[in-house]
Write a protein that binds this ligand. Structure first.
Ligand SMILES: [Zn+2]
Length: 132
């Protein structure tokens, strides 16, 4: 269930309360009991709907956080695997010694914080994956 279902149930519960007020005027014990039972069931469903909605919001918050971290990684370089503090920045890009003719490049990344350096194969045209 979602928030819309919860709100719809809540409006249903309000309708039952209105009915209960009407019954109170004429006082019919059996009708009162039946409507009270309906009210409890509806309120229990509202509780489930709101609890589901809370979980959905929690999941969305986690997804947003993951996406924010990915955006930071994509726009400022990935986190260094050695010091876990600095970001890896490309310091050189050149044609790969063997696959350069096919458009494959070799990229050297260096951490901003420590001395860690690593080579990456960069394949902008996707030749290594067999595309084109
Ligand atoms: Zn580092």
């Amino acid at each position: 269930m979602d928030i819309a279902a919860g709100l719809s149930l809540l409006s249903q519960a309000s309708g039952i309360v209105k009915d209960l007020r009407e019954i109170d005027k004429g006082f019919d014990a059996a009708a009162l009991k039946a409507r009270m039972a309906d009210l409890y069931v509806t309120l229990a469903d509202v509780k489930i709907a709101l609890s589901d909605a809370r979980e959905t919001i929690h999941d969305r918050d986690r997804q947003i956080k993951d996406l924010e971290e990915k955006i930071v990684a994509l726009t400022s370089g990935e986190l260094c695997p050695i010091c876990n503090g600095g970001r890896l920045k490309a310091i050189s890009v050149h044609a790969h010694p063997h696959l350069g003719a096919a458009g494959v490049q070799e990229k050297t990344l260096q951490c901003e914080s420590c001395t860690h350096r690593e080579m990456r194969i960069h394949d902008p045209e996707g030749r290594l994956r067999g595309k084109k």
